[in-house]
Design a protein around this ligand. Sequence first.
Ligand code: ATP
Ligand code: ZN
Length: 303
Amino acid sequence: MCTACNTFLDRLIDRGLLIETGVDGLYGRSGAFESVIDGFDAAISRIGGGDGAEVIRFPPGMNRALFEKSGYLKSFPNLAGTIHAFGGDDAAHAGLVERLAKGEDWTQHQALTDVVLAPAACYPLYPVVAKRGPLPPQGRLFDLNSYCFRHEPSKDPARLQMFRMREYVRVGTPEQVTEFRQTWLDRGQALVGSLGLPFHLDVANDPFFGRAGRLLANNQRDQRLKFELLVPIDSEEKPTACLSFNYHQDHFGALWGIRTSGEETAHTACVGFGMERVALALFKHHGLETARWPDDVRRALWG
Ligand code: ATP
Ligand code: ZN
């Protein structure tokens, strides 16, 4: 038993479920942790798998030009992660090695690459959909899963810098898209209920940056565009968003030029599952040993 384990994070590390890297919000995961992620992933597929979604797996890096166009830097400049690489010559390299050895700033010749880290699984999708031309009459449905990056270092194990997000994304008419979101609001609650977790739903807003961002956040709340399914993990007072249900209206449709079969601007919605957050919620509420979890919870995960 760990005597210095004061927090949930300490206990997770002490048990080897998370492996420290020296950076807050960046952890290795054990086999036991991953088996919970796999079980939850399979449980999502058991519910959504019959809908005929097209499966696409993007890498965690996305095209920087498309990221720049997406507007992410307008709303969340503080969270974005960009990838740089050395672009200098021999002399610059010698300087780099020297400064590194002295513990000085070595980044002088680091230049932006064409790749940034995806902030959400669905960001690379919209331009791909637009490129295919007008939607079929039934619209489109996608199944995504990607590692995502957000620069929000924290001691809260549920606020990671790199984490996995599974998503279903619906693209179509306003009716098709709002029906999809309602279906997943119902399914999401049933799913999390089957895992024996306490939860509630609430309207939410994204953490838009700055003073102008406050306006966007208020608008998002007032129009009930985002719902979150919250589970207490780090604290009872501030429960954690484990699933999100987002209705973007025609925002991405207009930005990327996605048209319905009736030549209207397409609407989009997505449901996002925070894979690590759900796993952490399960460890928090059922204990650190999966073998001792309630039978019905184990069945919901692993059949
Ligand atoms: P929060 O309000 O907690 O910052 P969010 O509203 O920014 O979360 P979304 O942008 O809706 O989250 O992301 C979709 C899902 O990804 C969330 O419901 C959550 O489960 C998960 N997620 C978001 N940020 C993190 C993070 N830093 N660490 C782990 N999971 C995350
Ligand atoms: Zn999304």
